[in-house]
Structure formats: structure tokens, C-alpha cells
Design a protein around this ligand. Structure first.
Ligand code: HEM
Length: 414
């Protein structure tokens, strides 16, 4: 690929599909670009193209397939980083072996056990703000709920949660002032922390993912480094994405008053889940997926990709592709056919999707039930986004409301 032909992209391109398509001169395909951090890539646009890329056997995650010029950009995936041996950066057979070991901890029936606790916890968050009439939804609900959920799933005690949140912000790029040294320090912290969590489960086993991984290490199905890397992945990938689902989803409802009314009025589980899928599609929590490398010269979306090149994906273009989604610009909580790719596709499909969906279902239902006359508390133009091209994260979401329905007696308590 010739870097000279590559189109340099900004962070904004990843959340504004129209400007991206305009500047690249296409809505679908595979185009040479420079990512906002300068990393050269082929960018995949469109729903069918993203499915093709994510299931392409010649596109791998292991950095040993990447060409030399990409190395300076591969901080987190580089084998020097202690926590690089997780599912997301693994290829077969390691990927299949690890996923087999942990998947039972994330099945729908396993996460469903969290529903009463999660409902109770969410009501507690709303109790804190309901009489105030105004709150920033992010620190009030969108952030503490996913942090508490992933902490509950991994056994992180309450007094360690602020610590892990701060380190995760460095790793996920949400703390944009972080540099290479900060990332390395956060990695070391997570490494030691994940080791502590595993050690605690060996002493006191539970019905949870850390116990599952501690057992897998002890009987030789996983290495200690893999278990720590996966714990780090669950902690970091498992909350930042969900924060954005909750905040971006609520913003979409607030910007479309009729849709908010429909979502509020039809309280059936079916309608709630359909609305949730639309929130996942409309303003995707993940904007860019990076780090896939051509293991050989290959064809992708009709384009020749040389061996060693980097392929990245702009997820919102798949969710707003008019060839796959009818009237994609319309936010429609009753949409019947919704082939969004917000959780990815194929081999690396999100293992946390059932957990994130449960969080979304509980959080949106409790929020719209208990907060009446919900509206933005600032003009929409004042909302700003964190400068990241991998996640689409609002800086704040101030909302106004009055007390709505009361919590039903016993609701959410097991
Ligand atoms: C709304 C919330 C979420 C969104 C939008 C999301 C999105 C994604 C996407 C797009 C991928 C595929 C990445 C790729 O193919 O390169 C992925 C993978 C993954 N996600 Fe999520 N995720 C969410 C929540 C969670 C949660 C709660 C967890 C908790 C454990 C989690 C853990 C993972 C893991 C471990 C992978 C890698 C799976 C593999 O490589 O096989 N995610 N996620």
C-alpha cells in the first residue's frame, strides 16, 4: 500500500459517517487511510464488507503478521506488553482454546442470574438523583452501573473500583492526556491486580469467571499470563463500551421525543429489547476496530491487500449502510430488522454481549420508568465527545426530570 495515497482521518470522521464518506469519496469498500494517530491502514466501510473482513481467514490479530512500519503503533498488542495474551489479540488455535475455557461464564443463562441484583443496584442509583430534578447521567448511572457489574462479575471489591476505572481510562484512550509511560504503568497495575483476583479465587472459589480461569490455569488449559490478560480485557472492554451504550442510547431517546414516548409506553420485554437493539445500532459505542493484519497477500471487498498490512473497520458505516438497514438515519425503537454489527461478527464476536444487553435492558427501563419528563438540561450544541476514534464517548450528559413511577415493592430484590 502506498502511504502517499492514504487519506488522513480525524477522530471526528469515526462518529460522523457522512463526513467520512464524503472525504473518502465512497460509502462501501476498502480504502487506504491514516488513522488519527498516524497508523497506516486499509479502512473497511459498509455492512457486507465488515462481515467479510471480520470472518476473513487471512486477516489475523497476532502482531507477528504485521509489517515493520506498523510496530510503533502497536503498544497494547505488542508482546512486550504483559497483558497482550487475551482473546482479542489471539488467533487459532489459542483463541478457540481460551474462548472454550471462559465462555460458560458469559452465557445468557449465567448473566441472567445477575438481573435481581442489577435491577436493585440501578434503582439505588436512581434513588440518589430522583428528588434532585437534574443530574449528569454519566456519573449518576452510565458509568457506575457497568463498573459495578463487571466488578461483581470479576469479584473486584468496592474500594478498588475507582483505581481500576482510572487505569482503564488510560488503556482505552478515554484519558487522552495519557502517554506511552502511563499506558505501561497502567498495564503493570492491571497485571498485578489480575494476579491478586486469580489468587483470591484459588483460596475461595465462586461460580464466576475468575474461578473458571484459575481452574483452567491449574489444569493446564490456560497460562497464568493468558488468564491475567483476559481478566484485564474483561475489566477494560467490559465497561467503557457499556458506558457509551447507556449514554449514547439515552441521548438518542432524548433527541427523538416521539421515540422516547413509544419506548416509555410499551413496557413489554419485546419492545424494550427492540428499542435496545436500535440504540446499539444508531450510535454505536465502538466507532473503530483496529489491529487486523493480512497474513498473506489477499483480496478484501474487491481490493488487493499486501501481506503484513493493517486493516481497520469503521463500525458506524456498517450500522448506517442503506444496503442493509432501511432508512438508516431514522432512529426507530420499533425497527423489526436490525442487522447491526455493534458487537462485531464471527470469531471475535463480543463475549460480553449478553451481559451488555442485560445492563441496557435494566438501565433504560428503570431510568425511563422512574424519571418522568426526561429532557436534556443543556442545549444540544453544548454536548462534547471525548477525542477517541475507538469508542464514541460523551464527556457529559446533563438531564432534567421529575420523579416518575415509584419502585414497585420488592422489585429487583432476590
Ligand atoms: C455495549 C457494550 C459492548 C459493545 C458495543 C462491545 C463491542 C465489542 C466488539 C465490536 C467486539 C469485537 C472486536 C473485534 O472483532 O475486534 C467485542 C469483543 C469483545 N468484547 Fe465486547 N462489547 C461490549 C460489552 C462487553 C462486555 C460487557 C464485556 C465483558 C466481558 C465485553 C468483552 C469482550 C471480549 C472479551 C471481546 C473479545 C472476544 C473475542 O476476541 O473472541 N464486551 N466487543
Amino acid at each position: 500500500m502506498s502511504v502517499r495515497e492514504a487519506v488522513p482521518l480525524t477522530v471526528e470522521h469515526f462518529s460522523d459517517v457522512a463526513s467520512l464518506e464524503r472525504d473518502l469519496g465512497t460509502r462501501h469498500g476498502c480504502v487506504p487511510i491514516l488513522l488519527p494517530d498516524g497508523m497506516p491502514a486499509w479502512l473497511v466501510l459498509g455492512n457486507a464488507e465488515m462481515r467479510e473482513a471480520l470472518s476473513h481467514p487471512g486477516l489475523v490479530r497476532g502482531v507477528s503478521a504485521a509489517n515493520e512500519k506498523l510496530m510503533p503503533y502497536l503498544t497494547l498488542a505488542n508482546s512486550d506488553f504483559p497483558l497482550s495474551r487475551h482473546l482479542l489479540f489471539a488467533d487459532q488455535p489459542d483463541h478457540g482454546r481460551m474462548k472454550e475455557s471462559v465462555k460458560k461464564a458469559f452465557t445468557r443463562s449465567q448473566v441472567e442470574k445477575l438481573r435481581p441484583w442489577m435491577t436493585d443496584f440501578t434503582h439505588g442509583l436512581i434513588d440518589e438523583i430522583v428528588e434532585r430534578g437534574e443530574a449528569d447521567f454519566i456519573p449518576a448511572v452510565a458509568l457506575p452501573l457497568p463498573i459495578a457489574v463487571i466488578s461483581e462479575v470479576l469479584g473486584v471489591e468496592e474500594d478498588r473500583r475507582a483505581d481500576f476505572e482510572a487505569r482503564a481510562a488510560v488503556i482505552t484512550g478515554v484519558n487522552t492526556s495519557a502517554n506511552g509511560a502511563d499506558i505501561a504503568a497502567a498495564g503493570e497495575w492491571f497485571d498485578a491486580f489480575a494476579g491478586e483476583l486469580l489468587a483470591a479465587r484459588r483460596v475461595e472459589p465462586r461460580d464466576d469467571v475468575m474461578t473458571t480461569m484459575a481452574e483452567a490455569v491449574d489444569d493446564g488449559r490456560m497460562t497464568e499470563r493468558e488468564a491475567r490478560s483476559n481478566a484485564f480485557l474483561f475489566l477494560s472492554a467490559g465497561f467503557e463500551t457499556t458506558v457509551n451504550l447507556l449514554a449514547n442510547g439515552l441521548l438518542a431517546l432524548l433527541r427523538h421525543r416521539e421515540q422516547l414516548r413509544l419506548f416509555r409506553e410499551d413496557r413489554s420485554r419485546d419492545a424494550t429489547l427492540r428499542g435496545l437493539e436500535e440504540m446499539l445500532r444508531y450510535d454505536s459505542a465502538v466507532s473503530g476496530i483496529t489491529y487486523r493484519f493480512a497474513a498473506d497477500d489477499l483480496q478484501l471487498a474487491g481490493v488487493s491487500i499486501p501481506k503484513g498490512d493493517h486493516v481497520a473497520i469503521c463500525l458506524p458505516t456498517a450500522n448506517h449502510d442503506e444496503r442493509a438497514v432501511s432508512c438508516p438515519a431514522r432512529f426507530d425503537v420499533r425497527r423489526e430488522t436490525n442487522p447491526h454489527l455493534s458487537f462485531g461478527h464471527s470469531t471475535h464476536y463480543c463475549i460480553g454481549a449478553p451481559l451488555a444487553r442485560l445492563e441496557g435492558e435494566v438501565a433504560f427501563r428503570v431510568t425511563v420508568d422512574r424519571l418522568a419528563d426526561l429532557e436534556l438540561a443543556v442545549p444540544e450544541e453544548e454536548l462534547t465527545w471525548k477525542p477517541s476514534f475507538t469508542v464514541h464517548r460523551l464527556s457529559r450528559l446533563p438531564v432534567r426530570f421529575r420523579p416518575g413511577a415509584r419502585r414497585a415493592p420488592g422489585e429487583g430484590r432476590s
